[in-house]
Write a protein that binds this ligand. Structure first.
Ligand code: ZN
Length: 149
């Protein structure tokens, strides 16, 4: 195992054991549920919008380490950002996982870069992307649950 993947592992485990913004936002403007039937990961995401800015974000749920760590990193990276920027970060994250040969957009990714190794495990990509599909569903205000299927 390279030093880099050890570092990534550390970030991932740290987010999993101490997830950021792990709470239900009582006064959420938007919320959505997400489910990944392949792994059994469940997530509920809550957003507070201040105009076009995601001012607060919280999540709850249960699932594997990757789904939890990814949701935790998501809340950290989109909090305080515009909806447009959040979509750019999602785009960068999606590309990192589905086009691993391409140079990632490190500015957008920050800690999310630590999930790059997931690209080698197609079944786990759904674990990593679940929170992001749920974010999209919440932003679009669709009442339906997001699913990775
Ligand atoms: Zn999972």
């Amino acid at each position: 195992m390279s030093d880099l993947s050890e570092l990534y592992q550390e970030i991932l485990l740290e987010h999993n054991s101490k997830p950021r913004n792990f709470y239900k936002l009582e006064e959420a403007d938007r919320s959505a549920d997400g489910f990944n039937p392949l792994c059994g990961d469940k997530i509920a995401l809550y957003l507070k919008l201040d105009g076009d800015i995601i001012s607060e974000v919280g999540f709850q749920g249960s699932g594997c380490a990757i789904s939890r760590a990814s949701a935790s990193m998501l809340t950290q990276s989109v909090k305080g950002q515009s909806v447009e920027r959040a979509e750019e970060i999602f785009g960068a994250f999606h590309r990192m996982l589905t086009e691993p040969g391409e140079e990632p957009d490190y500015d957008a990714l920050e800690d999310l870069e630590s999930l790059a190794g997931v690209a080698e495990f197609p079944t786990r990509i759904k674990c990593a992307i679940l929170a992001w599909h749920t974010l999209k569903a919440a932003l679009e205000g669709t009442q339906e649950s997001a699913t990775t299927e």
